[in-house]
Ligand binder design. Structure first.
Ligand SMILES: Cc1cc2nc3c(=O)[nH]c(=O)nc-3n(C[C@H](O)[C@H](O)[C@H](O)COP(=O)(O)O)c2cc1C
Length: 139
């Protein structure tokens, strides 16, 4: 079956007093099982970077729901492509919480990625981690 993979970034608008992140993760896993969606959700304390993969219809429906979700803003699709096989076949939605520093985040994600992730996607993901990272240079 032809699959679609979408990678996006967004700015988190979570209520710090709430369990928003846990809820997002729980609902995602349950819902994704039913919808045949797999993927990875990276959260660095301020931004999200998510890869979702599944049938074109399931991914389009999820993107519509994500665009309307007020728990994040600045939703921006960074990559959309057809894929032959899943990069994250065993992850209904894996949450990877990382440090805001690009270099630490990149290393933490690299360590977590399963072997099913092709080299090109691994490289793209690690590059994109820079988009959600605040890099502070010494003045
Ligand atoms: C950062 C982020 C990631 C999310 N990831 C998923 C996901 O992978 N799958 C999913 O079904 N919902 C995900 N959601 C939740 C959806 O936006 C939506 O609330 C949920 O699918 C239920 O939609 P409904 O209330 O219209 O049925 C995510 C929300 C946020 C803020």
């Amino acid at each position: 079956m032809q699959l679609t993979s979408v990678t996006y970034t967004s700015l988190a608008r979570l209520d710090p007093q709430s369990s928003d992140l846990d809820q997002i993760h729980q609902v995602s896993r349950t819902r994704n099982s039913a919808d045949g969606i797999t993927g990875l959700l990276v959260f660095n304390g301020t931004h999200f970077l998510q890869i979702i993969e599944g049938s074109e219809k399931a991914i389009e429906d999820l993107v519509d729901r994500l665009r309307k979700d007020s728990r994040h803003s600045g939703f921006e699709i960074r990559d959309k492509r057809k894929i032959e096989r899943r990069s994250f076949p065993d992850w209904r939605m894996e949450l990877v919480q990382v440090n805001p520093s690009f270099f630490e985040a990149r290393d933490a994600i690299a360590e977590r990625l399963p072997e099913t992730v092709p080299e090109a996607i691994r490289a793209r993901l690690l590059r994109m981690t820079e988009l959600i990272s605040t890099i502070e240079f010494p003045s």
